[in-house]
Design a protein around this ligand. Structure first.
Ligand SMILES: [Zn+2]
Length: 402
């Protein structure tokens, strides 16, 4: 069976650190299973080694004389046997104290079964000559999360629980796993990858929207960059159908104010001015200049001033001034910042823009950064919460007299 030794490993000798427990561990690895790949075999062996407190290192691929592949998995304290007198000298490798541990198993490819098998010998190569790891937190390989813990991380991640809170749960429920926050982060990023099945962020964003039956509309440019996305939560849409008077009759529902989409207003303003002057740059100049100051005014005096300046600058073109006043500014409470800020609108001043969604999310969530797809999931959660709030309010308005 196994004739070669793991390179550099000598048999148990008198110089070995005498800290082994004398137990032969080869029995743990004697298994008839044929694994589909080398990696799968290693995965299995590491799972077995973990509770024992042993870390494996693998050798490179080797070939038997008749061309069959094999590799060794050896104890990480087996490599590079150093003479005793150098042990106390400053060493380059301070990570692992090599003590020439004899333990190794062999993983080899078996052509007849087209799979990988493990060979563990019931001799000195099944023993360790050193104590096992006592503080597993520092050793990634053996402190990786167990399948049970991973499942919990998965569930919590999907429920949008913050990593540090996930960490607290794992510590409480899986003390054996010795988790640290790195493991949680690694695990959550794996789950994200897993959930998105390799889709790009935008594709994933749309996929989530489709899956949750959102009504959506997106605008991309020629090279496929997403510029605007408009999404309506299906229940929100139903609420509007069921309670159209909520929008029509504000008096009936005093806490709901209908806001106009700033993005559409800007489009309309730009198109109107462009049409008037037959010159695209003029429309853009108006929209991004005087008009923007009016839209963005944070306080009423600022609004008045901005409007005055707009009238002064564009006074020679009364059509422009008339248009913005009659078409839009007559409803200024519904879109100019200083009024919309007084209304509970969750940051959605512009109902169309992802940036707006993002800034809303920023204030809801503790973290200010997020990928579009994770942000989507958070917004989705948040809308769910809002719907509960709206339904409560609706119920209250129905049961109250007045
Ligand atoms: Zn060992």
């Amino acid at each position: 069976m196994v004739d070669s030794k793991f390179s550099g490993v000598s048999s148990m000798d008198s110089e070995s650190e005498n800290g082994g427990d004398g137990v032969n561990y080869s029995g743990h690895f004697q298994i008839d299973t044929v694994f589909p790949s080398y990696d799968a075999t290693v995965e299995w062996a590491k799972e077995i080694a973990r509770p024992i407190g042993c870390i494996f290192v693998s050798s490179s691929y080797k070939k038997t004389t008749d061309g069959r592949l094999y590799r060794y998995l050896a104890c990480n304290r087996g490599r590079k046997k150093r003479p005793r007198d150098l042990e106390n000298v400053i060493r380059k490798d301070t990570k692992t104290k090599s003590v020439g541990c004899p333990f190794y198993i062999k993983i080899y490819y078996k052509k007849s079964t087209d799979g990988w098998r493990i060979c563990a010998k019931n001799d000195v190569t099944g023993t360790h000559n050193h104590p096992f790891i006592v503080y597993p937190e520092g050793h990634r390989q053996i402190s990786g999360l167990s399948p049970g813990a991973k499942q919990v991380v998965r569930n919590l991640t999907r429920s949008k629980v913050a990593p540090r809170n996930i960490m607290a749960t794992i510590i409480e429920q899986f003390t054996e796993d010795h988790p640290n926050i790195r493991h949680i982060y690694n695990c959550t990023s794996d789950i994200r990858m897993e959930d998105s099945e390799g889709k790009g962020v935008v594709q994933q964003f749309l996929h989530l929207a489709r899956e949750s039956h959102y009504i959506y509309w997106v605008m991309t440019d020629d090279i496929g960059v997403l510029h605007h996305a408009f999404m309506v939560h299906p229940i929100t849409c139903n609420l509007l159908r069921t309670y159209p008077y909520v929008i029509a009759l504000k008096a009936e529902f005093p806490h709901t104010a209908h806001l106009l989409c700033r993005w559409h207003i800007n489009k309309d303003v730009e198109a109107y001015v462009t049409g008037l002057f037959k010159e695209r740059t003029v429309g853009a100049k108006f929209k991004n200049g005087r008009w923007k100051r009016v839209m963005d005014a944070a306080f009423e005096p600022e609004y008045e001033l901005a409007l005055q300046r707009l009238k002064t600058s564009w006074g020679r073109y009364p059509k422009v001034v008339d248009y913005v006043e009659s078409t839009w500014l007559s409803q200024k409470e519904k879109f100019v910042t200083c009024w919309t800020n007084k209304v509970m609108h969750y940051g959605n001043v512009s109902t169309c823009r992802v940036e707006s969604q993002h800034s809303a999310v920023k204030s809801w969530m503790e973290s200010s950064t997020g990928f579009l797809d994770t942000v989507w999931a958070r917004v989705h959660c948040q809308i769910g919460n809002q719907i509960v709030g709206i339904r409560n309010a609706l119920e209250a308005s129905r049961s109250k007299v007045g």
